[in-house]
Design a protein around this ligand. Structure first.
Ligand code: PNS
Length: 169
């Protein structure tokens, strides 16, 4: 079966230039890309699910075959409900491999949902959302790591009363 529609899942707390690179490349390879924010553990993060979705919508706004949504529960159940047979994920470095391999094999075993890996652009192989949150929290410059709208949201979040970066994954 040809893979026309794919799901590109993640926490996206917040979306980085590395995520965006993978989403753009997935959108060139497939007819339709559903970018989905996992809402199971979102309360532990820095941004709410709605905020993450809003940022993703803004930065993917010009990609006509990309939509943004959320899912709760098992990713394979979401895929099944949407009639999607493959997940696209980015692979940054060897350190990602074990975790991603485990999830990919389990998702196939649970529901025969395939996982397609795109290797990260070397420019972004060191980049993850938790590092961005930490750098921003300590006043570092994240302008080359995230889209401008995300940089602005980080600044707003970190300067509003009672807010702070939560390290974590
Ligand atoms: O940004 P991340 O940490 O790579 O996102 C991970 C995510 C949300 C894709 C993953 O945790 C996930 O799929 N969660 C849903 C629950 C699930 O299906 N767990 C079983 C995986 S085998």
């Amino acid at each position: 079966m040809r893979v026309r529609r794919v799901v590109c899942p993640g926490s996206f707390d917040p979306v980085t230039n590395g995520h965006l690179d993978i989403i753009c490349r997935a959108a060139l390879l497939h007819d339709e890309v559903l970018v989905v924010v996992g809402a199971n553990r979102a309360k532990l993060g820095m941004f709410t699910v709605d905020e993450r979705v809003a940022m993703l919508k803004e930065v993917t706004g010009e990609l006509s075959n990309v939509s943004v949504g959320t899912f709760r529960g098992l990713l394979v159940d979401y895929c099944r409900a949407q009639g999607v047979t493959a997940i696209v994920k980015g692979l940054r470095a060897v350190s990602d491999f074990e975790y991603e391999m485990e999830m990919a094999q389990m998702n196939y075993r649970l529901a025969e949902v395939e996982t397609l890996f795109l290797t990260a652009n070397p420019l972004y192989s060191f980049l993850r959302s938790s590092l961005v949150r930490e750098i921003a929290a300590y006043g570092g410059n994240v302008s080359s790591l995230v889209p401008p709208v995300v940089e602005a949201q980080l600044r707003a979040k970190l300067t509003s009363p009672g807010q702070g970066a939560e390290p974590g994954r």
